[in-house]
Design a protein around this ligand. Structure first.
Ligand SMILES: Nc1ncnc2c1ncn2[C@@H]1O[C@H](COP(=O)(O)OP(=O)(O)OP(=O)(O)O)[C@@H](O)[C@H]1O
Length: 292
């Protein structure tokens, strides 16, 4: 057996194959081989041969990908395939997990994200994050948004801070709803409002990239639609990387879609192509609901 070829025994719908030259390409995953368009011109992130382990267990297996400026890229794939793990590498959110080790090259604008001297606070200001469950601080609406600009010293005067708070809330589509109650506790808002507040908090420090890890999974359809509209608006100014379990959401919000499977990056293509004419059989099986 060719050791370059991973035969995933627990993968459904795979044909049993006996020799490398008889194996249809679509029934195997070759580590490090991604079909489609994983690379772009003028990338913001250049990620090469990335491997992530939790202890001895590999979660990401030799993944290479570019993420362009001002694109919305969706990470999709079955539960446990490594989407969140890979996303969290982009702003070193895995640092707090002791067992997590990362190999390979991960560059943001040509500089290694994991270089020893890297300022992680500055990195996370440039690469903000919105989580699955809205997680406002137990503070006022104003203080939630002002928090980052305050710690990063982005405003010298109260009026400058007021402007940042207002602009961030406007960009997050929340200003009109909260302008008369900025002093109210953020935790008293609806789930959808809290998630838009978290987006306002992330963009208040002028990031270049916003990472979103299933940002709508705790929201109802109306709040979800509002967040999706917001993603479209934000995409004019920010690179957005979104992990989603909803293929409809990926199809609605992203320009490119990356399909992960058991830690491999199987296919990356224009979103319309992924959902109409996927190149890899595993992608097709997933998007047609044969597993996942
Ligand atoms: N903190 C951790 N410690 C040990 N293993 C972990 C940890 N976090 C994730 N894993 C493992 O790494 C693999 C990838 O998990 P990850 O959460 O990245 O997948 P995912 O595709 O985002 O899944 P889901 O869609 O269910 O959120 C899984 O096998 C998971 O069990």
């Amino acid at each position: 057996m060719n050791s370059d070829v991973v035969k995933e025994m627990d993968m459904p719908n795979l044909k049993e194959v006996s020799a490398p030259d008889e194996r249809p390409a679509e029934t195997v995953i070759e580590p490090g081989k991604t079909v489609g368009m994983p690379f772009t011109a003028n990338p913001r992130f250049q990620l090469r041969n990335v491997e992530v382990f939790y202890g001895e267990n590999p979660a990401i297996k030799n993944v290479s990908l570019d993420i362009a400026r001002n694109e919305v890229i969706a990470f999709i794939g079955p539960s446990g395939c490594g989407k969140s793990t890979f996303l969290r590498c982009l702003n070193r959110m895995n640092d707090s997990i002791d067992s997590c080790r990362i190999k390979g090259s991960l560059q943001l604008d040509g500089q290694e994200i994991y270089s020893p001297g890297r300022d992680v606070v500055e990195l996370r200001a440039r690469v903000g994050m919105v989580f699955q469950k809205p997680n406002p601080f137990p503070k006022s609406i104003y203080d939630n948004v002002a928090y980052g600009p305050r710690i990063h010293g982005l405003a010298n005067r109260k009026s400058d801070l007021d402007d940042i708070v207002e602009n961030s809330l406007r960009k997050a589509g929340l200003w009109e709803e909260v302008r008369h109650r900025l002093g109210a506790m953020a935790t008293g808002m609806s789930g959808g409002q809290q998630q838009r507040l978290c987006i306002a908090r992330a963009i208040a420090v002028s990031p270049e990239v916003v990472l979103m890890d299933e940002p709508c999974s705790a929201l109802d359809p109306i709040a979800t639609a509002r967040i999706e509209e917001l993603i479209a608006e934000l995409s004019e100014n920010y690179t957005i990387v979104i992990v989603t379990h909803s293929m409809q959401q990926a199809a609605r919000v992203s320009n490119r879609t990356a399909y992960f499977h058991l830690g491999h990056l199987v296919e990356v293509n224009d979103t319309s192509r992924v959902f109409t004419t996927p190149e890899h059989e595993l992608t097709e099986s997933y998007i047609t609901g044969r597993f996942g």
